[in-house]
Design a protein around this ligand. Sequence first.
Ligand code: 5GP
Ligand code: MG
Length: 176
Amino acid sequence: MRILLSEERLQAGVDLMAERIRERYGQQPLTIVAIMTGSLVLLADLIRRLDMPVRVSLIQASSYRGGTESGTLWIRDNMMLDITGRDVLVLDDIFDTGKTLAEVTKRIDSMGPRTIATAVLLHKRARQQVELNPDFVAFEIPDEFVVGYGLDYRDLYRNLPFLAVLEESEIGASMV
Ligand code: 5GP
Ligand code: MG
């Protein structure tokens, strides 16, 4: 495993993202809709850097897969707050092809928010397959499979405080 972003760099990136979100919304109330489970760590770090009235809502999205290939998207929204007329910020860990964020944003848009914006920790730009561009991005990264800071490989590694590249030989190798 090779460290791509240290704990310090991640924290600095979240600082900057919070700064830009504060510039955009000021003291307006904000509803953050976090896509579970990958954005969990980012969510916890980000909301503590915001000072407007913040509501947190969760939505779950996953593509049927255990490993690194994405498949059909499945969305579970039974934990959503009422967002009618609200300013909403959709939060995800990573924008890869962009399909997850585009689909989830479409679903949330159908719930009648006043405004909707998107924020991701990581952006793999070369892989984009949708028209949507995230409004807030902390880091651009190369097309490598990363884990840590909320991101998993087969539900593991989310607790790493840094972001690491999982090497080819490690993918599919160990089942802890
Ligand atoms: P997209 O729909 O943009 O192709 O993929 C977004 C989802 O795929 C993310 O929410 C994340 O769960 C997963 N994903 C994409 N790239 C990576 C990666 O490098 N590492 C991990 N752990 N998950 C990824
Ligand atoms: Mg995810």
